[in-house]
Design a protein around this ligand. Sequence first.
Ligand SMILES: [Zn+2]
Length: 271
Amino acid sequence: MLKSQQERKFDFALTLGDNFYPDGMFSPTDERWQTLWQDLYSPLGLTFYATLGNHDWHASDSPAAEILYSTTNANWRLPAPYYTFTAGPVQFFALDTNEVSEAQLIWLKEALAQSQAIWKVVYGHHPIYSGGEHGDNRVLIGKLLPVLKGKANVYLAGHDHDMQHLKPEGDLNFFVNGAGGAKLRASPAYERTLFSASKNGFATLEADNGKLEIKFFDTELRQLYRYELARTMTTGASFTKPSHWLKGSSSSLRNSHHPKRTHHNHTVHLD
Ligand SMILES: [Zn+2]
């Protein structure tokens, strides 16, 4: 990430949960904030908009500890278990998928309905669909998916230790990036798989008024995959372009399309 920043600066970053492995923080003053957070991530100088994973719920005080830490460190933002913020043309909706409560679903439904953003990106720890170890999530398919369909453009998740892009449903695209550091697991392709890789790395999201682009990189900054969602200016409706593979070599990185940066372009790192 640091190397990647030297080429192009990120605006901010997201975490997709399981922020502190295998147990979350025990208090907002836990000394592991220094070793597991500050030492590793403060050199990036980015604000991380976090979400909670199942490992952040291993200790009962951990969710509160991670929320309270937001008040003392500008690089860490977790104002509540679920929340929303807007950056340029994108509105982000951070969920706590550990418990999909009725209150959270009502909040999400209303927040999506009120959103004026061109792009709506929802993110949480647990994938709705996954070809990885944990598979499809019946609870999320039953409760969360109906709230997102036709309302959001992208759902980002972690949990499975791999990278994936799953077939969209309507305008809703599903990505998994749980490859930030924990031990990798196999990610076999299944009927919904458009892309999968069992590699450590990170993903970037870049958006302007006309398109939203997601790229996956390994730790050597080789681009493993790129996908672009485009928006039609006439109808305002978004549609997806067919995805295409880029070979995981340094030459493909050089040859890959880099959208011209404008004031409306926002590059986000996803961990
Ligand atoms: Zn997890």
